[in-house]
Design a protein around this ligand. Structure first.
Ligand code: WTA
Length: 632
């Protein structure tokens, strides 16, 4: 199907079948009409696709930029639209979640069952004192209770703050403390490659540093012995067996602009910041993007193979599929456990029709060769997706040819924790170029600008910016509105700065290049240099540290660290291991530097800022650029 467009780029055109079934048949028409009247179009979508307790007065309030508000005055609850309304119709008997444990445990929930479990747990949370607006920290593996806990919080108007189960003590502590959660939910452990990740032990250690938690609810998953603190810790199954687990509970009526969740993510400097999303705009944005980009139909089986602890999981495992009444597959464990065909086996056994994953996973599975996927019947698949980092054309072609068997278009979706939903992405009808996220989602105003904020020419690299508000946009950084303005809206006035660089080709296709700030994408996970550096210097052997990302064939980037040792410590291979483990213990295994170099000094500006750009250029053997600000 690949055809040359006369340039070196190959183009893949959609088949007749894809064109015939597309939810959106004409990209240009809808893009133009949404650009002309964004508020009017979103107003119509919000009215037609969702149930509101009370209609809004203003669709988009842009009187106080960058604090944009959507559906102002509207009353809604995302859980009413994700569960309550489906449980009233024939969909009550449709599967909402099909869960598979790493050890092949299986559990599935119809919309009615999920609605009931969420209602019962919402009643438990309320009985434990959780009120509208309270923050609740959730730290679990990929099990149904994680999703039940998130939805139960939202149902009673509490604000969930999910911490990815791969994070460790200090990362968890920081997030609990910043959110001031009084209630947390965890599990005894999580299965990963046949081993137990001791989540409860990590939580206990974090709570020694963050005593704000008064109540900890623990789900039993792995069954090993864990310490239960009397008066503080309660088993989930015990609480759910009490009369307080009442299935009859009203869903809280929320303002469209009330907070739904906080999600911590790494930014340019300093500590991770809590991105705040709301009930109304977020709901409209995530559901509409999923429906249009992945062409979701009633009979689909959707599998987003991300973790609910990241934005991809929040938006496209938990909220969007349930809002659309879709059946989702969720898998607990590692893609290559016990064998490298585990994913393909899941696709075949559950009849997955749309698979959404990250380039790092594709590259990782590609390494094992074609024989593993080829022994499975993957004919149920009709669309594929990619997210998290640029996908290299080689991985794209393999995914297309071997997994999609040449039949399934690949939706390479660019977006961020901050945007909540897809912003640059093909639709199924879009001709595809491997490695390009193609065009803006309908109505989104993307530009690529130079240092002065002026648009760059075709094929020139520049800063990727967004020039108009969208429904799912973050509303602020929790308790730090100033940082929200400074970090995203100050560099180029009136434009949202994404932190990425990109170029646009002569066909208007956007090619995202990567981060231009101190964020490193390791296996698609977003980490900040500051987090890893502060973990390194929290060890007594290290007085100063700098980390950079260097390209890696499978993981996209890996972390390289430079450390200045304290007096009395000598460089050694043993010390490298000690420090790597220390970072693993404080931040999490994904943050472990792949290599650590001991140095006597670090390149700094005269004001004392570490010049990571110089370290990176040295590591890659490139020109070190302008060194005029370097400290003498
Ligand atoms: C990167 C993940 C290229 C980008 C949803 C962005 C991508 C950051 C793509 C956000 C893509 C995400 N092509 N780069 N399709 N998708 N990125 O907040 O650098 O974890 O700024 O959200 O991931 O990461 P985050």
């Amino acid at each position: 199907m690949a055809q040359s467009n006369g340039m070196s780029d190959e183009v893949y055109y959609p088949s007749e079948q894809i064109l015939a079934q597309a939810n959106i048949a004409d990209y240009d028409a809808i893009h133009q009409s949404m650009l002309r009247d964004p508020a009017g179009c979103w107003d119509q979508i919000a009215r037609e696709e969702f149930e509101w307790f009370e209609p809004w007065k203003t669709t988009l309030d842009d009187s106080n930029p960058p604090f944009y508000q959507w559906f102002v005055g509207g009353k809604v609850n995302i859980v009413h639209n994700a569960l309550d309304r489906h449980a009233r119709t024939w969909r009550r008997n449709k599967l909402a979640l099909v869960w598979e444990g790493e050890n092949y445990d299986q559990r599935s929930y119809s919309y009615q069952q999920l609605h009931r479990e969420v209602s019962r747990f919402a009643s438990v949370l309320r009985a434990m004192g959780v009120r509208k607006g309270d923050r609740v920290t959730i730290y679990m593996g990929r099990i149904p209770e994680l999703i039940i806990a998130m939805l139960a919080c939202a149902k009673i108007g509490a604000v969930h703050s999910v911490v990815y189960g791969g994070f460790s003590v200090e990362a968890l502590h920081e997030r609990i403390e910043d959110s001031e959660s009084r209630v947390a939910i965890t599990s005894d452990g999580a299965w990963l490659r046949g081993n137990v990740v001791p989540l409860k032990d990590i939580m206990d250690e974090a709570l020694q540093r963050a005593p704000t938690i008064q109540t900890l609810i623990v789900v039993k998953r792995t069954g090993q012995d864990v310490h239960m603190e009397p008066g503080r810790d309660f088993w989930y199954h015990d609480l759910m067996n009490l009369p307080i687990a009442d299935a009859h509970i009203e869903t809280e009526v929320m303002d469209a602009e009330d907070p739904l969740f906080l999600l911590y993510t790494s930014g340019t400097t300093g500590k991770p910041k809590a991105i705040l999303h709301t009930h109304g705009g977020y709901m409209v944005g995530v559901a509409t993007t999923l429906k249009w980009v992945f062409d979701i139909k009633e009979e689909d089986t959707w599998w987003c193979a991300a973790d609910p602890g990241w934005i991809t999981g929040h938006s496209y495992i938990v909220y969007a599929p349930l809002l659309l009444g879709t059946t989702s597959v969720i898998y607990e464990g590692a893609p290559n456990h016990p064998f490298p065909d585990r994913w393909w086996d899941i696709v075949e056994r559950h009849g997955v029709t749309v698979l959404y994953t990250a380039p790092t996973a594709i590259r990782g599975l590609m390494r094992f060769g074609d024989a593993w996927p080829n022994r499975h019947d993957l004919s149920s698949l009709r669309l594929l997706g990619s997210v998290g980092e640029p996908i290299n054309p080689e991985a794209w072609r393999w995914y297309h040819r071997v997994i999609g068997q040449g039949r399934c278009p690949i939706m390479d979706t660019w977006w961020q924790t901050e945007t909540a939903h897809f912003m640059i992405t093909p639709l199924p009808v879009t001709p595809l170029k491997p490695g390009s996220a193609t065009k803006p989602f309908p109505g989104v105003q993307i530009d690529i600008v130079d240092e002065d904020g002026s648009p760059v020419g075709p094929n020139e690299e520049g800063y990727l910016v967004i020039k108009s508000p969208w429904p799912g946009m973050m509303r602020t950084i929790y308790r730090d509105a100033e940082r929200y303005v400074n970090q995203y809206w100050s560099r180029f006035p009136g434009m949202y700065m994404t932190g990425d660089s990109a170029r646009r080709d002569e066909d208007g296709y956007i090619w995202v290049i990567g981060r231009v700030d101190d964020v490193i994408k390791v296996s698609g996970y977003r980490l900040g240099t500051a987090e890893v550096e502060s973990a390194l210097v929290s060890h007594s052997a290290v007085v100063e540290a700098a980390v950079i990302g260097v390209p890696d064939e499978v993981r996209g980037n890996i972390i390289r660290a430079y450390c200045i040792l304290a007096t009395g410590y000598e460089p050694s291979a043993h010390l490298v291991e000690v420090l790597r483990d220390h970072v693993g213990h404080e931040v999490g295994p994904i943050a472990k530097p792949s290599s650590i170099e001991f140095v006597d000094s670090l390149p700094k500006t005269r004001s004392g800022k570490i010049m990571r750009r110089v370290l990176k250029a040295r590591a890659l053997g490139q020109d070190e650029g302008d060194l005029s600000t370097l400290e003498a």
